[in-house]
Write a protein that binds this ligand. Structure first.
Ligand SMILES: Nc1nc2c(ncn2[C@@H]2O[C@H](COP(=O)(O)OP(=O)(O)O)[C@@H](O)[C@H]2O)c(=O)[nH]1
Ligand SMILES: Nc1ncnc2c1ncn2[C@@H]1O[C@H](COP(=O)(O)OP(=O)(O)O)[C@@H](O)[C@H]1O
Length: 207
């Protein structure tokens, strides 16, 4: 098995069901990957737990982390910062553990630059009307925010071409199953073995 862990990035437009599908996957195989808890400046919603759903911080604290080089990626999304703390991700990957990120598309593209051998999966809605309906059903946003999120969603869906796989979130168990299958297959990709083999055989990495 490759020694360094695999970085799995689940991304897609807001409201498509990333959180729901991620929770379904983790309820099926809790010990397989390690979820990277994001940092955000947005307000805590009822039922959310600091350190579990997000690390909730002030704008000043977030900007300090950026300055200190503490973020793997970050994005400003509908007036708030969201980002992935670098330390946890690095520690887990170094220990050979697989890390799972659930982030929006701008952040995912930053990760793509920094970790090109990561696995990038795009969760897409069956159609735009369904996406709007899901955001409305969730009941966490007022109409103005829903409109902002929908405007963004069109641009976000265009980013699909930069991903390795697209998964339609029609039904949660089906989408989770498809993602699990992709991850299982990806573990055996030749490119993940090459660095270790080259080292063992004393081959120059440039070859
Ligand atoms: N770039 C980036 N995006 C994130 C991160 N954490 C969450 N997001 C995304 O930010 C967007 C807004 O998140 P949130 O306010 O929790 O809304 P929700 O995910 O739509 O419920 C969603 O698309 C999240 O997936 C992160 O660490 N980095
Ligand atoms: N396959 C699905 N079919 C119907 N509703 C869904 C599906 N997946 C998620 N939802 C609902 O859509 C809303 C948005 O899901 P959420 O996981 O918060 O999205 P995201 O994390 O991408 O913003 C939630 O109310 C959720 O219950």
């Amino acid at each position: 098995m490759p020694k360094r862990g695999m970085l799995i990035v689940l991304s897609g437009p807001s409201g498509v069901g990333k959180g729901t599908v991620r929770k379904e996957i983790f309820s099926r195989e809790d010990n397989t990957f390690h979820y990277s808890v994001s940092m955000t400046t947005r307000k805590k919603r009822p039922g959310e737990v600091d350190g579990k759903d997000y690390f909730f911080v002030s704008k000043e604290e977030f900007e300090k982390e950026i300055e200190n080089g503490g973020m793997l990626e970050y994005a400003k999304y509908v007036d708030n910062y969201y980002g992935t703390p670098l330390k946890y991700v690095n520690e887990m990957l170094d220990q050979g553990k697989d890390v799972f990120l659930e982030i929006e598309v701008k952040g995912a593209m930053q990760v793509r630059e920094k970790v090109p051998d990561g696995l990038f999966i795009f969760l897409t809605p069956p159609d735009l009307m369904e996406l709007r309906q899901r955001i409305i059903n969730r009941g966490t946003d007022d109409l103005a925010t829903i409109d902002k999120r929908m405007e963004k969603a069109v641009g976000e869906i265009e980013m699909m071409q930069n991903y390795d796989y697209a998964v339609v979130n029609d039904e949660v168990p089906k989408a989770a199953e498809k993602i699990q299958t992709i991850i299982r297959a990806e573990r055996w990709r030749v490119k993940r073995f090459l660095p270790d083999y080259k080292k063992q055989l004393g081959l120059d990495d440039q070859q």
